[in-house]
Write a protein that binds this ligand. Sequence first.
Ligand code: CA
Ligand code: CA
Length: 365
Amino acid sequence: MQRQEWQRRRWTAGSIMLAVVLGACTGSGTKKPDAGDETVDAGEELDAGPKELRAFLDPCLSDTDCLSGYCLTLMINNEPTGRCTKPCVGIDECPLGLGWNCEPIENEANICSCRATGSVDACDGTDNDCDGQLDEDAACAAGQVCDSGACICPAENVCSSGCTNKKTDPFNCGTCDNVCEAGHSCVEGECKCAGLVCGGTCIDTRYDSFNCGGCGTSCEAGLECADSVCKAVDREWAAWPVQAGAAFSSEYTSVRDTRTRLLWSADLSPTPLDVDAAIAFCEGLTRDGHGDWRVPTKIELITIVDPTRSGPASNPSQFSNTPSAPLWSATPSATDASRYWAVNFDDGSVVAYPKAVSFFVRCVR
Ligand SMILES: [Ca+2]
Ligand SMILES: [Ca+2]
């Protein structure tokens, strides 16, 4: 149903009391059905015939949808969302988490009300989406759990290498420092052969040229096993001469790597930026007739590191302004979505930093 029509239904079925509730509490409102109400669109609702009344926290369009007679209007991402609520005496009868209250409505009982802040329920102790479950979208790092609004590492998940999930960590499988053998992965805290057991040995048959795609299938001379199939493998990419000085040419205020065909901005961002701002900066950049600039991926950024230099690890004949500091890539960490990889042009190392940290960015296209 369109938002406007939905709101009209609420208001025509409502009363001044609803206006008071809405006015007093932005983001939520409810009313109890009253036989005396003038309900302009009552016929519309009756047409649907007898309906099953909804339970606490079920979706609703109007109060008459709910067993309790109270449909709570939440504004989630600026869209009205109805959810059945219930009368309460104390807040302990309402779901856990900041956002929920047991509040009076005009001349009627207290009801469980909630103030939504969004559709993603992060680990902050608030039921952000008011669905009765607390912090269910918590994105905590490996081994961590969301507890009372904060990501913490339970004592049983602490190993010398840090916080980890011993059910899946092949370096701390089941217990700390129990390292799984090659070809094994950690499943439910036990090292298990990730491939096939051939002649008593665990084999990754995707890449084993003596057991390619299955035990005992050998590849002919000159062929290698890749993705379970024997094929001729082109290794020229591995010999690619990264950072050959002659590969770079200037194009106005950009620098072309003629091997990767990537065009790099000669300038950095004017100031250090966090990841979101860096992405916005490159997307908004217009340079040398191009408007499709972006933040480079991790592997793209590594291609302009000069491994023969440090402080900065960059060839000054290609980029004269590279700081001896990290530059952002657009590649998030696989283990922690709140971190992004940055290439440190002081020594060429690659480290995942929290995305809120500010570094310069060199846009690419
Ligand atoms: Ca929730
Ligand atoms: Ca939350």
